[in-house]
Design a protein. Sequence first.
Length: 271
Amino acid sequence: MEDMSQYPLELNGDDVPMVRFMNVSKRYGDLTVLDALNLDIQQSEMVTVIGPSGSGKTTVLRMLMTLEKINEGVIYVDGKPLTHMEKNGVLVPASDSYIRSVKGDIGMCFQHFNLFPHMTALQNCIEAPIHVLKMNKKEAIERAEDMLEMVGLADKKDQHPIRLSGGQQQRVAIARALCMRPKVMLLDEVTSALDPEVIGEVTNVIKKLVAEHNLTMLMVTHQMGFARDISDRVCFFFDGKIEEQGTPTALFDNPQRERTQQFLSAVKSAD
């Protein structure tokens, strides 16, 4: 049984990270997917996670979205525990109702869009603000129209997903996530299901988010050029741990660890 007294009930101080993974482990039976991970992501920082399949990178996002329960450690968002809650002066695993109350700070865009096919782009964007945030419909529509305009799809608001290209659907998915006003945005291989000619549509929107909005972002991608262009920091994951991390220039141009060098060499050869 893990000693939870080692973990603070809240993070305090002048430099509290927006996201903190503190000794976080995740196992499936005998398989350790994340191994005592420690990772801080600062306010407005854009961090990209790269690594081979099975290295734990997507699991990091799933933990933050509370789609999976962790086995050890604590995840904090904006100084407050996400995976745990206070009880009698110590942290205990969070209840479902507690998780629902705090996970609204996190938005996620998936590889396969996950739009509701029977709803228009606008209806997709107002669904959660109305039903989760209890926003009135007029305000939700105004916010959705603003977000669709930001991603360049104001003229497509009344179209159903089947009438939109893959790039347009992914941009609607980004707008939908932004309508919830998240503090942290998670991006899971958001360009990998797209045709090459429309990838630029989505990457340009994400670059705009990074440049113009005060969002903290965590992205998993296999596109090294995109990671280099957009990131403040790149983390290379291997065997459930951060093998190496640094600025894009440092990590891509001068990797220090042999496993990082091997991975980047293999990716370059594949391109």
